[in-house]
Design a protein around this ligand. Structure first.
Ligand SMILES: Cc1ncc(COP(=O)(O)O)c(C=O)c1O
Length: 415
């Protein structure tokens, strides 16, 4: 017999296996000081491209004031208990109404966390007779929700409508026998590549197949569409999205999330969403702070315009400098380079220590072997000087990478 703790040493997992070398520098870094494009990392100011603070709301003065006043008035505990039992309030309901109206749906339900909410919603919506058809590059919260499903699940190749149709045909055959239905799940904006889910094309398949469409629009809410209402607005297919989800963790720069849909779907979720029924309600400062953030998203279009000015400058500048930024059509900006994992480590260390640029780095298995992806998240509070400085720094590190300089260096000292 084995002590289950024993095996934890041997099986740290795909991320944990690098923990000893990476902890505190590449993983679990501490970014200090006010949230923004310039933050301190290991005692030195760095230009920061790694936060999803798209609209710069994280420490917008009006947001900070609303958060602080709500905390002063209500504390962090109120309301106590789950919404269903003792934790409901007018503010929670008002936020639900305003979110629904903003994304063009009749009703919405608040979730304490996006990850748990998506997982739990998938679990609630389908039973063993139903079939889930989902995009292969879906976020972990979708994958983990699908894992809970007792019935069949069919995955389609990322953003590939032909593959989706094949899976829909299989699903249709199956549900004809089981008497169930089909739920298609995808994302509005894929957070790694920055490509958009083909929501309009998927929704148009409803003329051929009978299914409901669930969209996780974590990166699209606030950044995409004419009013910032998200990727369905951008693609003019709000009606075709049956269940619209977004988190407050990105454009809203807060904590929490919501699902918007038809009244009977929301009513069903209120009474069946285990992540909410068995969890304490969102505390008041997060709810009142979210009302303020939503008000700013609605009433200050200049925030989104400013974001897109920075996005265009960064993406055009990188393309003109010869960088491969993939197929992004959203603010998410991947820079794809070729190199090994040790080269990626040296390059990132050089970028952080000698160019004072902090951005996320993604390597195999998230991207194919031999690819190094630097992921930049432009925001409304970056400047055009930040963009210019970064493109020049990237030119410099790319020429070092191409000339093999990162191959020769010794592993950087982490502490
Ligand atoms: C696509 C996507 N879905 C869901 C989530 C989870 O949201 P939360 O941070 O609110 O749990 C994230 C990350 O925040 C995300 O990127």
């Amino acid at each position: 017999m084995k002590d289950i703790f024993e095996k934890l040493h041997e099986r740290m997992g795909p991320l944990g296996m690098h923990a000893d070398d990476a902890h505190g520098y590449y993983t679990f870094p501490k970014l200090e000081g006010p949230i923004g494009p310039k933050m301190n990392f290991r005692g030195k100011e760095r230009l920061n491209w790694s936060l999803n603070n798209y609209l710069g709301l994280a420490n917008h003065p009006e947001v900070m004031k609303a958060d602080a006043e709500a905390a002063q008035k209500f504390g962090m505990a109120y309301p106590m208990g789950a919404r269903m039992m003792s934790g409901n309030s007018d503010y929670h309901e008002q936020l639900e109404k305003e979110l629904a109206a903003f994304v063009g749906k009749p009703e919405s339900i608040l979730l304490n966390f996006g990850y748990q909410g998506v997982l739990s919603a998938i679990d609630a919506l389908v039973d063993r007779h139903d079939v889930i058809v989902y995009d292969a590059e879906s976020h972990a919260c979708i994958i983990d929700g699908v894992r809970l499903h007792m019935g069949k699940r069919f995955v389609y190749a990322h953003n590939n409508i032909e593959s989706l149709e094949q899976q829909l045909k299989r699903a249709q055959k199956l549900v004809e026998q089981t008497g169930g239905g089909i739920l298609v799940i995808t994302e509005g904006v894929f957070g790694m590549s920055g490509s958009q889910g083909k929501l309009a094309e998927i929704a148009s398949l409803k003329s051929k197949y009978n299914f409901r469409l669930f969209v996780d629009d974590a990166h699209g809410f606030g950044t995409m569409g004419k009013t910032g209402a998200g990727t369905a607005e951008e693609q003019n297919c709000t009606e075709g999205v049956d269940i619209y989800f977004s988190t407050f963790a990105k454009s809203m720069a807060g904590i929490g999330a919501f699902i918007a849909s038809e009244p009977h779907v929301i009513k069903f979720l209120r009474y069946n969403l285990r992540s909410q029924i068995y969890a304490k309600a969102l505390p008041m400062p997060l709810v009142i702070g979210s009302l303020k953030r939503l008000e700013l998203i609605r009433t200050r279009p200049e925030l989104k315009e400013r974001l897109w000015t920075i996005v265009h400058a960064l993406q055009n500048g990188l393309r003109e400098a010869g960088f491969n930024i993939g197929i992004t059509t959203t603010p998410v900006t991947p820079v794809l380079l070729n190199g090994t994992i040790p080269e990626a480590t040296h390059l990132t260390h050089d970028l952080r220590e000698n160019y004072n640029i902090f951005c996320s780095i993604v390597v195999y298995p998230v991207v194919p072997k031999g690819v190094i992806m630097l992921r930049l998240i432009p925001t409304a509070v970056h400047s055009l000087e930040d963009v210019e400085y970064t493109i020049n720094a990237f030119k410099s590190i790319k020429s070092k990478l191409d000339s093999g300089e990162y191959r020769q260096e010794k592993l950087a000292a982490f502490n």
